[in-house]
Ligand binder design. Structure first.
Ligand code: ADP
Ligand code: MG
Length: 687
């Protein structure tokens, strides 16, 4: 690669686009195409068509009304057309003077006065017509299309496009198998004019199918390779003894596990009993009871004489886990001389030192906390199981750090929990390196939450409703949106709502909770609310995760149109935890133009129509696409550029089947394939 200073402007721009290798250029597929292969007669054209005509200028003049413009009339023998240029140079005026014969390309507008085009491109008429459609590539400043076209054509020529899919692999579904990679790419860059532009643009064309099959295969290979690498590592074998800690915990619970909880607990137990590290995602809707499942897994590890760590993304959530697990486990641990330790950023120095000591000595069998758990000073004596709650809120590095908390060459088992169920296709592609356990059932006795969409203009009615709920001894959450651009604005909003509600509800304790509050103050507010003394809690999204107050039966979400679908669902999961009928009010306000955006509308609609977390996740994926859906896990990792997990499931199934065959029988081809598609990036996918 030339050094940076010697590079020309377009060369730098190419790098900026990530087009470093020949193969990268070859895989830079056009955004769209222009058909310059044909000259159209105006007589045959339709309104809105982008056409190429050859015509003679019959009149040129500068007009000043309604604004200065160059108006050129041309005639192609079948009809005439007016070309308008709002900015122009004298040289253009000259090229467009009467009698000039031109090849003109632009979008045709019809109208009372006949055909017109605004700022068409043009050149002197005549010359050969191209044989293929002209590709238009996505580009950046300083990289003109003609330069980019040349660079891509060169890359395509030079790139190693030898087949990597072995002959003994099952054929790719549909027409995908009929094309070689080289044919497919050549076609996608320079399609013949007969090709359906629609099929090219909606990516249903067989050449596209072929490309997507390749891409999905690379992703599967990379993920399955990672999984095999995990499987080659060793981890402590953890088997719960009959009558051991986990059985004692089960016996002490005030409820029976649901069938789903029993099943996933069994799946986890099987994973822990193996001598290689478990990497498991435990997914279950909000309120499905993941915490006890995690506690049972912890009990097995502790019973075998090892330590377990539980990490949660926020202090409030971590503390709630801490209380719950202490309640469950401490009576059972104390007789064994074991304790539960608590680690968080806001801790006093002295307390922290004590806790670190407990962790290092192994006296703390269970360590619960926030990110503080993975800090450098934290030394475990023998960590065997790491549990991460709300795993999507942590980055890859943080999860790696937790895994690294082990001495010697063993690895801890890893249990990640998520309340955002991952749609099947996503799990199959981005989480192919994980085992997935799913709790698909809520504990009995929950009443479904009724969801209502109410316009901001009817806010008063909502306040009335709060009054009556509180009158019945119930509690209410009022959530204000996080305004990303302005934390201050966000605060003002919550503070104002807090004041307005306090005023409207005399004699009712209304609390305020927001992310900028000092931790002790946050805790004090949460304690009052959890204890039932505070009836209404106004908050920013800090309550988003995990808070569990069964007496809360109404949730109001202000500016619901600003929240993401999964987030709304998570929030709604805070109510309906007890036996009382619960409701969620989505207060929305239309923007300045008086209308909700299309996506906001479909989100709110989905919320009103279903409370099934999997259905919500599926719709969320449709609305947002996988990139945003996956969030932190994929930061830096290659997302699919070509395949679409909503529509390309058949190709994904195929790739899943072919990948192990390649890894087993054709490791050389597998390596070439992954290298071609992911370059150095596949490293990021690990964990
Ligand atoms: P989440 O999956 O959202 O983390 P939690 O673990 O916080 O859910 O559980 C929600 C509530 O349900 C808690 O109060 C928990 O004690 C309770 N719970 C869990 N499992 C059961 C069960 N099988 N029967 C009754 N209540 C349960
Ligand atoms: Mg939870």
């Amino acid at each position: 690669m030339p050094d940076n200073k010697a590079m020309t402007e377009p060369q730098k721009a190419l790098l900026k686009l990530g087009l470093a290798r020949d193969i990268d250029l070859a895989l830079h597929i056009p955004l769209r195409y222009e058909d310059e292969t044909r000259i159209v007669m105006l007589r045959d054209a339709r309104e809105g068509d982008t056409v190429q005509i050859e015509a003679t200028v019959t009149d040129t003049q500068v007009q000043y009304r309604p604004r200065r413009q160059l108006v050129v009339t041309v005639d192609d023998g079948s009809d005439s057309c007016v070309l308008r240029f709002f900015s122009f140079y004298p040289s253009q005026q000259k090229a467009l003077s009467e009698g000039a014969r031109l090849r003109i390309r632009g979008e045709l507008k019809g109208g009372f006065l006949g055909w017109s085009m605004v700022h068409p491109t043009y050149r002197v008429a005549g010359g050969e017509l191209p044989q293929a459609l002209t590709p238009v590539y996505s580009t950046v400043a300083g990289l003109p299309q003609p330069y980019l076209r040349k660079a891509v054509a060169g890359g395509l020529e030079r790139a190693d496009l030898a087949e990597t899919i072995p002959a003994d692999a099952p054929p790719a579904p549909g027409q995908a198998g009929a094309w070689s990679l080289r044919q497919a790419l050549q076609f996608l860059h320079h399609p013949t004019p007969e090709a359906s532009i629609a099929a090219l643009e909606d990516r249903s064309h067989p050449a596209w199918q072929r490309l997507k099959a390749e891409e999905l295969l690379a992703q599967q290979l990379s993920q399955q390779q990672t999984r095999r690498a995990h499987d080659a590592l060793s981890a402590p074998t953890l088997v719960g003894r009959p009558g051991g800690l986990h059985e004692q915990l089960l016996a002490a619970l005030p409820f029976q596990l649901t069938k789903a909880q029993r099943r996933v607990s069994e799946e986890i137990a099987v994973g822990l009993a193996r001598a290689r590290p478990m990497h498991r995602l435990l997914q279950g809707d909000v309120g499905s009871g993941k915490t006890i499942v995690a506690a049972l897994a912890a009990a097995i590890a502790i019973d075998c004489g090892w330590q377990c760590a539980l990490m949660a993304p926020t202090e409030i959530l971590a503390e709630q886990h801490f209380r719950k697990l202490i309640g469950w486990l401490e009576p059972l641990l104390a007789p064994r001389g074991l304790r539960v330790a608590w680690l968080t950023g806001s801790q006093k120095k002295k307390e922290r030192a004590e806790m670190l000591e407990l962790v290092a000595s192994g006296e703390a069998a269970l360590v619960i906390g926030t990110h503080a758990v993975i800090q450098e000073q934290v030394q475990f004596r023998n960590l065997a199981l790491a549990i991460i709650d709300e795993q999507h809120r942590f980055g890859v590095e943080q999860r790696l750090a937790l895994r690294g908390k082990v001495h010697g060459d063993g690895e801890p088992h890893l249990l990640m929990m998520s309340a955002t169920p991952i749609p099947r296709t996503l799990a199959m592609s981005y989480y192919a390196d994980l085992d997935v356990s799913t709790i698909d059932e809520l504990p009995p006795g929950r009443t479904p939450v009724v969801t209502k969409l109410i316009s901001e203009s009817r806010r008063d009615e909502v306040v009335e409703r709060i009054r009556s709920q509180v009158g019945e001894g119930r509690q209410v959450y009022w959530v204000c949106p996080l305004i990303e651009e302005s934390e201050t604005l966000d605060l003002t909003n919550a503070t104002e709502t807090h004041m307005a509600l306090s005023e409207a509800l005399p004699g009712v304790m209304v609390g305020l909770l927001h992310s900028r509050m000092p931790v002790p103050e946050k805790k004090a507010v949460m304690t009052l609310f959890t204890a039932g003394q505070m009836a209404v809690l106004v908050s920013t999204t800090v309550i988003e995760v995990g808070v569990d107050v069964p007496n809360a039966s109404l949730m109001v979400i202000e500016h619901a149109e600003r929240f993401g679908l999964s987030q709304l669902h998570q929030l709604r999961g805070r109510v309906g935890r007890g036996a009382a009928a619960s409701a969620c009010v989505l207060l929305y306000s239309a923007g300045d133009n008086g209308r909700l955006s299309e996506t906001a509308r479909s989100r709110l609609k989905a919320m009103a129509e279903t409370s099934d977390g999997f259905e919500i996740a599926r719709r969320d994926l449709e609305i947002r696409g996988p990139g945003e859906f996956l969030g932190a896990r994929q930061s830096g990792a290659p997302l699919l550029r070509f395949a679409d997990l909503v529509t390309d499931t058949a190709l994904l199934e195929w790739a899943r089947e072919v990948a192990p065959l390649m890894l087993d029988k054709h490791p050389g081809l597998a390596e070439r394939h992954v290298g071609r598609w992911l370059g150095g990036r596949s490293e990021y996918l690990k964990v």
